[in-house]
Design a protein around this ligand. Structure first.
Ligand code: GTQ
Length: 343
């Protein structure tokens, strides 16, 4: 036997000998574990709302919201098939609620966010306060908070769900339960939370929690806020949704943003370690992630993987919602960005 073959055989025998002890040699796997830069299976992805919408509506005659518990088509990253993941750490889906339906009350460890894409009259009840969602509204369901959804309008309501499901999975920290009552009886007047916490004023007894007390950020307010923001060469006019009690992100596991691009805007190349899910609130344009170009319009959802170069171009005035795990990465001292040569 050649020396190399002899060594290989000797090593293979050694690996076999230690396997029953549940041991394995690091040197065979090290390069794949400790990579010089992010090496993600997550791929750049795009779901056109025009293409997805007929399937979402078709799911409405296949199963009721009540039977499904949540009637959602999961947006699965093509690089992460079978895993119910939009990115390595985040879940996304399109949820449909038809007029008169109720998605029954439950609660779970996972934090959820909603970004409303289509329809009027859809509502969600969080901690006893029922809010009606209009297109572009951003809504938070905090960890372990009771929530049920309904539709008091006369057309379908569709929103983007974003959840930290893969993070909770990694941590093996999932709990969930269903409520005995199908829906919560509202106990707090609609709008009371936003009025108290969303006007640069706070009640004396306000508790500082990791999740924002505001769970409904109406689009009209958010849009006028970003319209006044500085035009950043990489991000356009961008603001993050914040917890007014702490100034931190609105949720402990997901960072959420709204950004406006004036017609004709072309962003400078940018990359960051937080893979990001985008949803188009309005306008048209295209985005390039890791060299793949996607043309987008209202309701489209896109994924930019970790450390992939991103560029956006707006052919009309446009507004994009986005969310990522940046808040987690920052807490762990991991988050990095690269603005290329842009100041
Ligand atoms: O609305 O509670 O897309 O529990 C996935 C899991 C939505 C929800 C999803 C959920 C929900």
């Amino acid at each position: 036997m050649a020396a190399n073959a002899e060594t290989a055989a000797e090593r293979a025998a050694f690996y076999q000998a230690i396997a029953p002890q549940s041991m394995t040699p690091l040197w065979e796997v090290m390069a794949g574990l400790v990579t010089p830069q992010p090496a993600s299976s997550c791929q750049p992805a795009h779901w056109s709302y025009a293409a997805a919408r007929p399937h979402v509506l078709a799911s409405g005659s296949l199963i009721t919201a009540e039977e499904a518990e949540r009637r959602v088509l999961v947006l699965e990253n093509p690089g992460l098939k079978g895993q119910s993941k939009a990115t390595t750490s985040l879940y996304a889906g399109l949820q449909l609620v038809l007029p008169g339906e109720i998605a029954p009350a439950h609660r779970h460890s996972q934090t959820a966010l909603r970004f409303l894409i289509e329809g009027e009259g859809g509502y969600t009840t969080v901690a006893g306060e029922r809010v009606t969602m209009a297109p572009g509204d951003f809504v938070i369901t905090p960890t372990w908070g009771w929530h049920d959804h309904g539709n008091a309008g006369d057309g379908p309501v569709v929103w983007l769900d974003g959840l930290d499901i893969p993070i909770i999975q990694t941590l093996d920290a999932s709990f969930a339960e269903r409520s005995a009552a199908k829906a919560q009886e509202p106990t707090v007047p609609t709008g009371a939370t936003l009025a108290q916490y969303g006007n640069a004023m706070l009640p004396d007894e306000a508790p500082a929690a990791l999740t924002s007390p505001i769970f409904h950020y109406p689009y009209e307010r958010s849009k006028s806020a970003v319209a006044a923001a500085r035009l950043d060469p990489c991000h356009g006019r961008r603001l993050r949704y914040a917890n007014p009690m702490t100034g931190d992100y609105a949720m402990p596991t997901m960072a959420a943003y709204l950004q406006a691009f004036p017609a004709g805007f072309e962003s400078q190349p940018y990359r960051a370690t937080d893979a990001t899910v985008f949803c188009v609130a309005e306008g048209e344009g295209e985005s390039e992630f890791a060299g793949q170009t996607f043309r987008w319009a209202q309701g489209d959802v896109m994924v930019a993987p970790s450390w992939a170069w991103r560029r956006h171009r707006a052919s009309r005035d446009a507004v994009l919602f986005s969310f990522s795990d940046r808040v987690v990465q920052e807490k762990l001292d991991l988050w990095r960005e690269d603005r290329g040569n842009t100041p």
